[in-house]
Design a protein around this ligand. Structure first.
Ligand code: ATP
Length: 250
């Protein structure tokens, strides 16, 4: 199927339309679920109200996320069908910079979709991708929703979970993991249970976290600890909500 799209670069929603086409292509490739299309629509609405930009509080959250990932013993980046369609190369790059594992983790798990996403990530440079084993369970969730890798998310101390469902975000937090959540809705349960809620589009958030991680690579442990301690999740959520409520249509 062809996904050639002619979106004029001066179109006011250029970036947004490109993103939408990537999700459509993801559905055709068997990477993104139909529910993923709905999630995309919700995300677009919030992003529109934010002005399709990284607000200052999100930038602070991205820096705190980078510090957490650098401090972690075993960081894992969780990838679902939307993330795989929107930013596969960006996931691989961040994983390399912070030394994290990449694990495919689906809300609606099918072996075909798991494999398609693993293959897609490999095409974008990933060497090892976890998730297919599914040999451990997150406590408190029904069978299929609970599956993770014993040597991946189950064992992680810090997890980056973009566009995660609220139940799973809560269950992961209950396991005592530091949770870094990328979600454009500051009112979602996932954002509210996160240690670091990043209210930004995943296509902007990942490169920003990577840039901060690169800049912080020489920082001492004490400096990194100061960054995570100074970050205030409540403030970041309130600031994002304020930006959305007071946003002007352009
Ligand atoms: P919760 O259960 O946490 O309350 P929800 O039911 O709203 O969440 P879903 O619709 O499963 O959750 O999740 C999609 C979430 O991801 C939405 O909050 C949406 O705003 C967000 N989202 C969608 N696309 C993007 C994107 N490209 N970048 C960041 N966030 C996005």
């Amino acid at each position: 199927m062809s996904h050639h799209v002619d979106v004029p670069e001066d179109h006011p929603r250029y970036e947004s339309l490109l993103t939408r086409h990537r999700i459509e292509a993801g559905v055709d490739m068997g990477i993104t679920s139909r529910q993923g299309l709905i999630a995309q629509g919700r995300g677009e609405a919030f992003d529109y109200l934010l002005g399709e930009r990284t607000i200052d509080s999100a930038e602070a959250a991205e820096r705190a996320a980078a510090a957490y990932l650098l401090l972690a013993e075993h960081p894992v980046l969780s990838v679902n069908g939307n993330v795989a369609a929107l930013a596969p190369g960006e996931v691989v790059e961040l994983a390399e910079v912070v030394g994290a594992d990449v694990e495919v983790n689906l809300f609606n798990r099918t072996e075909e979709r798991m494999q398609a996403i693993v293959d897609h990530l490999r095409e974008h440079g990933a060497t090892e991708v976890k998730g297919l084993a599914g040999d451990a369970r997150i406590p408190g969730l029904s069978h299929e929703r609970a599956k993770v890798d014993a040597d991946g998310i189950y064992d992680a101390d810090v997890v980056l979970v973009p566009l995660e469902d609220g139940d799973r975000a809560e269950a992961l937090a209950a396991m005592g993991k530091v949770e870094l959540v990328v979600d454009l809705n500051p009112g979602s349960r996932s954002a509210r249970v996160a240690d670091v809620p990043i209210v930004d589009n995943i296509v902007r958030a990942l490169p920003n976290i990577t840039a901060h991680a690169r800049a912080l690579q020489g920082a001492s442990e004490a400096e990194l600890r100061d960054i995570v301690e100074e970050f205030d999740a409540e403030w970041a959520l309130a600031d994002a909500e304020e930006a959305i409520r007071s946003g002007e249509f352009d």
